[in-house]
Write a protein of this length. Structure first.
Length: 392
């Protein structure tokens, strides 16, 4: 039995009639850019995220880029974020002309460590991008406290956390502005690229509206130099159908995560930690093990697809070499790169499939003396050196 990493076809089978009807509605309207389909989705998504405004854009990378520009961030500024995230988070900072400043992660939740943020603030710092990684919100309480004291903006990178909550508040409503990706494999995914920005600020929403559409105020009047970054009506109509199922799909992901946790208990494999007061939506199910490479080979041989998120932290990527970071600067990020493994995770995942994946993972760990050991990975530069930097 082959077990895919994500099964988008299984999800499509449950909604294909509704999707077909929504697409026909857009085709009949002939409003492919803007129009009622986009406005309707933006209204529904804003309400879902518990904010006043949502603006669709072309993709999640543009969402971060345009959000930062709407906040006035540009050349000479610094934006603090984590190195344990997809490259788009930092690439969007660089696209404004600002400098990404990377800090380490909390080794339990893998999200940005607020203690490290405080140390990284300078007189050039203008914002913090808090990445809600793998489906778990960052620790927003202390992050917002730092921002208030230092006069900084808080930007949520919520690309992996549609519907997650922190202290009863949904992602999208936790910062000054939030950025979402609707890449097909996301918890709320389009059938192509797409993204959105949410905020409670009318001024930010208005600026985003201009920036995403060539800086227009009227058809041929341009208040500023903008971009072509619009969420098209077909994708908006599809997303509106899927938004109605998002809570159900997220609940299914949490159920699958509970199955994994039960099957992997006492194995020595570290399963995801969920912060008290947070609701995790498990966009990815990421385990940590000292036997990551051998385990991945065994799973692949058995027909189980896996991933590594992410094999090389951003501070060590060639694209950011000019920033001057070195191996050992962010030891928790580097430890995750060497030890993390993402197992199959999607709403339609069955209990039998989880049992099979977990059995193979346990067997891969047991020959190395980890059975029932409860041993957790070591987060230290020395341990990284001992591993030989396999993924680097």
């Amino acid at each position: 039995m082959q077990i895919p990493f994500v099964d988008l076809k299984a999800q499509y089978e449950t909604i294909k009639d509704e999707v077909a009807e929504a697409i026909r509605g857009v085709l009949n309207s002939a409003q492919f850019i803007g129009g009622e389909a986009l406005a309707s989705f933006e209204g529904d998504f804003a309400a879902y995220c518990q904010v006043r405004h949502a603006r669709g854009v072309a993709n999640g990378t543009d969402a971060i880029h345009l959000a930062l520009r709407a906040l006035g961030i540009g050349y000479g500024d610094e934006v603090i974020t984590t190195a344990h995230t997809f490259v788009a988070t930092a690439a969007a900072i660089a696209a404004t002309g600002a400098r990404p400043v990377f800090v380490d992660i909390d080794p339990e939740t893998y999200t940005i460590d607020p203690k490290m943020i405080e140390r990284a603030v300078t007189d050039r710092t203008k914002a913090i991008i808090a990445v809600h990684l793998f489906g778990q919100p960052a620790d927003m309480g202390p992050i917002k406290d730092i921002a208030r004291r230092r006069g900084l903006y808080v930007v949520e990178d919520a690309a992996q956390a549609h519907g997650a909550e922190y202290q009863g508040v949904r992602t999208g409503a936790l910062g000054d502005v939030a950025c979402f990706s609707f890449y097909p494999a996301k918890n709320l995914g389009a059938y192509g690229d797409g993204g959105a920005i949410t905020t409670n600020s009318a001024a930010i929403a208005e600026r985003i509206e201009r920036l995403r559409d060539h800086g227009r105020t009227t058809h041929y009047s341009h208040a500023e130099i903008g971009f072509n970054s619009r969420l098209d009506a077909l994708q908006a109509a599809i997303l509106q159908i899927k938004l109605r199922r998002l809570d159900e799909w997220n609940a299914n992901r949490r159920r699958a995560a509970e199955w994994y946790a039960a099957e992997l208990a006492q194995s020595g494999i570290k399963t995801p930690f969920v912060r008290k007061g947070s609701t995790h939506v498990h966009h990815l199910y990421v385990i940590t093990t000292n036997e990551r490479d051998a385990m991945r080979i065994k799973l692949d041989e058995a027909g189980v697809a896996t991933g590594i998120h992410y094999p090389l932290p951003l501070h060590l990527q060639p694209a950011f070499a000019h920033l001057g970071y070195r191996q050992g600067d962010l030891p928790c990020c580097e430890a995750m790169a060497a030890r993390s493994l993402s197992l199959p995770m999607f709403p339609e995942l069955t209990r039998d499939a989880v049992r099979r994946v977990a059995a193979i993972a346990r067997a891969a760990a047991e020959p190395h003396g980890h059975k029932n050991s409860q041993r957790r990975p070591t987060y230290s530069p020395a341990a990284l050196s001992a591993d030989g930097g396999k993924e680097w």
